[in-house]
Design a protein around this ligand. Sequence first.
Ligand code: SF4
Ligand code: SF4
Length: 511
Amino acid sequence: MSAAPTYDLGKLHGGLRLPGEKSVSTTGPVLQAPIPDQLVLPLTQHVGNPSQPIVGIGEHVLKGQLIADTDGSLGAPVHASSSGKIVAIEPWPVSRRHGATAPCIVIECDGQDQAIETTEIVVDYAQLDPDSLLKKILQGGIVGLGGAVFPTAQKLMQAVTAPLDYLILNGVECEPYISCDDMLMREHAHDVLRGAQILMHALSLSHCHVAVESDKPQAMIALGEALGEIADDRIVLKQVPTIYPSGGEDQLVQLVTNKEVPTGGLPTDVGCVVQNVGTAAAINRWVVHGEPLISRITTITGGGVVQPVNVHARIGTTIADIVHLAGGYTDQANQLVIGGPMTGKSISTDRVPLVKATNCVLVLVDEVPLENPRPCIRCGECAEVCPIQLLPQQLYWFSCADNETKLREFGLTDCIECGCCDLVCPSHIALTADFRMAKARMRELADEKARAKRARQRYETRNLRVLIEQEKRDEELAAQKETAREIGPEAIKAIVARARKKSPGDQDEDI
Ligand code: SF4
Ligand code: SF4
């Protein structure tokens, strides 16, 4: 590990050169995972609300069939990854991103892998207007496969409201150990580039940069050959330096276009839309071949598996089934992490299913013993490497003091939790974990404030309603009294006379 040199693309502040550890999983081709006995499909595999099941227990479903749909708000549909019978809709252990357990649809696979008819689904995208194409992408259950899992169509729909210049496909994959995008680009370069063409049509754009890190020469060659074949001069391949975290959206925009995304802003603020190369390939599979997002390439790696490898597996396959494809666990296997060593989250069981976001399963051998933290010596190393140009040591002090105002002022919400500051800190202070907790506290506080505001609004609305109802009742009462006055004794006599006419037997009775 060493501090990053400077580059003549855009300028990226800070960052680190980390040991890649990727070659162990890229020695052979991507393995195709077999159909498992059972698929476990979480209803939440995306940013937004959980999808709602539209199938019942006992129902037979086909591969590619819609089984859970969005509630109309931010979210992405879920499709069956193979054919079989729905045997349960119940909580299941999931990766911690969405809580310890979450509702899942469980399919007992029939081994037939029978797919739905796609003739109705496949469209000639070039004949669609951009709006219709975005709606089409929404139906495919496609989310950002670079880790953010923001529903792709909704991200694109937001993007088209801004003036845009560039589509950037992110093939950087800068975190150590993870190599699924590298293998995707090597083996499915055409899918990536066709996905870029579909995205450009949807965004009405005519410039696309495909950014690939310099440590992926084979991917670059494959993309170059594919680009030669499709002969689309709107697409440009760009090699970027191997430096962590150049794959962050804002950092990549800076590197590729030399434009700085403003604090708290989005790449669209500088005319850019960033999509992962895997997302582009998934869009191509859905729009051109009618296959929704039901599978992905995932890296299984680390010293805790016998043969690190990349596998193409169905969404919903359990981690246990996938690790089996990497030859199983070694005797030293100690810890399971979903994601890479810098930003991944550990899980306690391999019953957890592979979801749309699972780019890597890292099996570590020994938990690295944490050095006892020492007081900050104000060396400034952390600020040197921070890609966001924050002052981590300052943030740490404000976090210790629980000073939310200062944390906001010094940009904690912009921290991308990359972990660079931790790695260089000579005092071994767990800065990133501390920032993560501080951000969670700030979110809780904001939620609490929002809840209190909603409760106050409910209380005020209720009071207003009671007041309006009371006023209405008072008005009605007043109107009734007025009517009674208007009727008067003469009118009552007339009513009595009419009643007597109707009841001749009672005519002599006095009233
Ligand atoms: S974790 Fe946050 S503060 Fe630390 S280097 Fe990364 S962005 Fe900067
Ligand atoms: S790197 Fe560690 S010791 Fe140095 S200033 Fe930052 S927090 Fe303090």
